[in-house]
Each structure stands twice: as C-alpha cells, then as structure tokens.
Design a protein. Structure first.
Length: 411
C-alpha cells in the first residue's frame, strides 16, 4: 500500500540531505548536522514557503513516533544557507525521461554489440558527425525527444486541462493530436509511433471504440509503448496515496488504452512500485527489495501464473552483482524494457551512468533510456542530470512548466 507518510521513512546514506515534497507539506531529512550520529536523522516538516511546522530527531531505521517532533516557529531562512535541498520528483522525472529519450534517439535499433563498441557518452543528433548510420538519417537534431516523451507530455497536458482528472477518452484525443497534428513534439513533426499504439489509435479514431477498449490484448501486443509513458500515472498514484488495489486499477487502465495484455499491466505496476520505493528510500537496492523481492507473493496473488512466468527474471537476482545482463534480451518487449531500466538503476550510482547503461543494452535505446531516466531523474533530482545533456534538450522550459502545472493540480 502506498502512503504519503511512508515517504519519510528513508534509509539514507550518512552524507545525504534530502527533501521530498508531496502535497502541501514536506519532510526534510538531514544527516550531516553536527549533532547527529549516523543512526540518527534530523527531521523537519515544512510548508512549501519554508515555514517549519515541526522538528526533531529520529532513528534512521524506523519512522518518527508521536511526540518525537516538536512544534516549531521558524523558517528555513533562519537556518544556514544551503542547509537543505528541495527536490521536485515530477519535474526531475520528466526531464530525466526526456534526456534519456533524446540521448537514445540517434542510436535507436542499433544492435547491442554495435552500441557497446561505439562507447557513446555525449548527447548526439543526426545533425552531428555521427560515427554510425542512424535509422533517422539526418532528420533528428541533437536534443530532440521522441514519442516516449511526447505521449507522456500529451497525457500530462490532458490531466492538467482536466484540473487533475484522468479522462482516458481525452488522453486518447491528445495522443491523436500528437500524431496527426504534431502537438506535444520536440520538433515540428512527430516521430517514433510504434505499431501497438498505431493500432490502438486507429481503433479509437476510425473504429470509434471507447478508449479503454483500444489496447491490444494479445501476447504480441506487449511492446513497451505503455511503460514508456507511465511516469505521470505512477506519480499520480503516489501523490494521491492510493492503496494497492486503486493503484493497480488505474495503472491497468492507463496501460490498457494502448496495451491491454496483463503482462503490460504487471510491468507498469512493478515500475510504479519501484519508482515509489526509489523516491522513499533513495536507495535502489533497498527499493528493489521492497518493491520486488518482498512483494513477490503479493504479485502472485494479483497476476496469473503465465504473467508471473513472463516476468520470472525480475525475481531472479536482478540486483545482484553476479547477474548476467545479457540474460535481458535486446528488443521492444515490455518485459525486456522494464528489466533494462531496473538493472540500469540498480547497477549504477548516478543518473549519467544509469542512462549510459540503459543505452548500452542496444535496440530500443530511446525508450529504455526514457524509462530509466524517469526513475533516475526523480530519485537523483535535476542536479544529478549532466548539465551538458540538459543544455541541449529541446523545449526544456515547456517541460518544466508542464511538470509544475501537473504537480499543482494533483497535489
Ligand atoms: Mg521513441
């Protein structure tokens, strides 16, 4: 069950300082205060304007207990400058998603063996002197993001325009606007539409099907095109403090408008749980234990035996140092993309290396890096995204503005 208060139960490294803001108040957790032992956390709860509501200390391995935090009457401005940091997981996750997408676009569909030989570490574009032949020829400039970000933006725009309501008919209309009218694109044309999504959009606009009946239900409909745009729906569940049943219901529908097979629902649900635990713990290994290992029996109750078997590798030591990453195939299959993203976050310690690892898996490089970037961006925050990548990202201000509006209407 997802609960807002769980977000304060952080297990932090001794030198980290974190603020996680959700709703109107936030909990600041500091461990570098001179009076704090490694087992202790200094904790504040505060309003967005910096007014401190309560403060005190608690042990790092358990939540605060009643009476431990005392009422306060001061602001963060009264503390030393730079004493605490604010993070905004919606903005940072969306920027991380877009950066990963843009980084992977030129390399899309290159084999893993080719990508690994290239050792690309900089954001490239088809307007650069590429050391390989891109599927996009010379059409896509550096910093341009594709369908993954565009459909995420389209979803968020719909939710903002509906004042925080999720209306799947309206979201599908926004998807149509993206593909038919070049809205929500980083360039003046749309690109990257996948087959599963094309069929779903055709059912919606030509077959007059309700949005929730447009997603393909067959096994072959298990592309990664729902997982790549799941970030805002997952954040919505977290911000709304939905329980497991409510979360699965929303995630299943959000995926199902384009991908209605149960394997897709489970992948998007696992992604949501892992994202939440990464935000809560700031510790990918612990997040994996909480979201995956400890919940295996729970997943078994929610999903069929066949679906659990399809995701067997998820539970088979993915976080371990001895895990052979070549067990994860290079494809556009949603299970492979989920495993690629989780592996890339689990086996790295910063945003940059998470993206480089995801891209190194080859094939669907932009989608894999977009999914990875949404988690890593939200967890490591904007300061963790390399400035040299952000500086060339297209429409960064629009993305930031949309994220702020989205946070405001779902908070
Ligand atoms: Mg794409």
């Amino acid at each position: 069950m997802i609960r807002k208060n769980d977000l304060s139960q952080a297990f932090l490294k001794p030198d980290t300082r974190v603020l996680f803001q959700i709703g109107d108040t936030a909990e600041y957790i500091m461990t570098n205060d001179s009076g704090v032992t490694p087992a202790q956390l200094r904790v504040f709860t505060a309003c967005p304007d910096g007014k401190i509501l309560s403060e005190g200390y608690r042990l790092a391995d358990r939540p605060s207990v009643p009476g431990e935090l005392k009422p306060a009457d001061r602001t963060f401005a009264d503390l030393a400058p730079g004493f605490c940091e604010r993070t905004d997981p919606v903005t940072d996750g969306l920027l991380g998603l877009a950066v990963g997408d843009a980084f992977g676009v030129p390399l899309e569909f290159l084999p893993r063996s080719t990508v690994q030989k290239l050792h690309i570490t900089e954001m490239l574009g088809c307007d650069c002197d590429l050391p390989f032949t891109s599927r996009w020829g010379d059409r896509i400039p550096r910093g341009a993001w594709s369908d993954d970000t565009a459909m995420t933006v389209a979803s968020m725009t719909s939710i903002v325009e509906k004042n925080g309501e999720i209306d799947f008919e309206d979201i599908m209309k926004h998807f149509i606007l993206w593909w038919n009218a070049n809205r929500y694109s980083s360039l003046d044309f749309s690109f990257g539409l996948g087959n599963n999504i094309k069929h779903a959009l055709d059912r919606f606009q030509y077959g007059m099907q309700p949005a929730l009946q447009c997603g393909g239900k067959d096994f072959r409909d298990n592309g990664n095109g729902a997982l790549m745009r799941m970030f805002p729906f997952s954040i919505y569940c977290i911000f709304k403090e939905m329980d497991d049943g409510e979360t699965l219901d929303l995630i299943r529908k959000a995926a199902g408008i384009t991908h209605a097979n149960e394997i897709n629902a489970m992948c998007c649900y696992v992604y949501t749980q892992f994202l939440f635990e990464c935000l809560r713990t700031k510790n990918p290994a612990l997040a994996y234990r909480c979201a995956v290992t400890d919940r295996k029996a729970s997943y078994g109750e929610l999903f069929s035996v066949e679906t659990m078997e399809a995701l067997a590798l998820l539970f088979d030591g993915l976080a371990g140092s001895s895990f052979d990453k070549d067990r994860i195939r290079e494809s556009g299959y949603v299970v492979d993309s989920l495993l690629t993203a989780l592996y890339s976050v689990l086996h790295t310690e910063n945003f940059e290396n998470a993206i480089l690892t995801a891209v190194g898996f080859g094939y669907d490089t932009d989608t894999n890096a977009a999914i990875t970037g949404s988690i890593a961006g939200a967890m490591y925050a904007r300061k963790g995204i390399p400035a040299r990548w952000l500086s060339v990202l297209r429409k960064q201000e629009e993305l930031t503005g949309l994220a702020k509006a989205f946070s405001a209407c779902i908070g």
